[in-house]
Design a protein around this ligand. Structure first.
Ligand code: FMN
Length: 193
């Protein structure tokens, strides 16, 4: 079975819950998932780097803070420069997700940050390939897949007065799960598995 590692940071748990649904999608598609907090990957000589080295795909995730990935995620990205120098992640597949407090929140900047990181490593970016449709109505805003309209990765919204148990909402968690399915299936195809 192909292996998909999910590397994420979440200060208050909302993005972590989304990460868990991405992992569920990976498992649902018959691949092996693992979840890794970037707090444990701040130095190149400490943390589960070997698991990332053996993964066939790595999914990047972070809460959007100040229109960017969090400081912890950036610490991980900087620590990955050792792998970069060895071209260690070349040809792995990559994808990304983020969550923030407002419908836009400059989440696209965070997703673009993930794409640049993946491309610096020579990885292949996998888009979520959500079904086309810009036709949100007032009736389906709470139930739509990809209601925030991101196509480079998954971007969800959570309320600051709600805990991770009910925000992001179930449709957005399903959006994250579908990203996991998509990455697992793309990795299986890429690896001839
Ligand atoms: C330091 C900080 C910066 C933030 N910046 C943004 C932002 O740029 N855009 C936005 O929509 N929300 C922003 N928020 C709100 C968070 O994205 C939101 O609370 C989110 O649910 C946090 O995810 P987490 O629980 O995984 O940490 C910010 C929150 C903090 C604490």
């Amino acid at each position: 079975m192909v292996k998909v590692a999910i590397v994420y940071h979440s200060g208050f748990g909302h993005t972590e819950r989304l990460a868990q649904f991405v992992a569920k999608g990976v498992s649902d598609a018959g691949a092996v998932s693992s979840l890794h907090n970037t707090d444990d990957l701040q130095r190149p000589d400490a943390g589960p780097w070997e698991i990332l080295a053996s993964a066939d795909a790595i999914v990047f995730g972070s809460a959007t803070y100040m229109g960017a990935a969090s400081a912890s995620f950036k610490g991980f990205a900087d620590a990955s420069s050792k792998v970069y120098k060895e071209h260690g992640w070349k040809d792995k597949l990559a994808a990304g997700f983020t969550n923030s407090g407002t419908p836009s929140g400059d989440k696209a900047a965070t997703l673009n940050q993930f794409i640049v990181l993946a491309c610096q490593h020579g990885m292949n970016w996998v888009s979520p390939a959500f079904k086309p449709g810009y036709s949100l109505t007032s009736h389906d805003y709470d139930t739509a897949i990809n209601r925030t309209g991101h196509y480079t990765g998954v971007g969800t919204q959570s309320f600051t007065d709600h805990g991770p148990e009910d925000s992001p909402n179930s449709a957005e968690l399903e959006t994250g799960r579908l990203l996991g399915v998509r990455v697992a299936e793309a990795t299986q195809r890429w690896n001839g598995a």
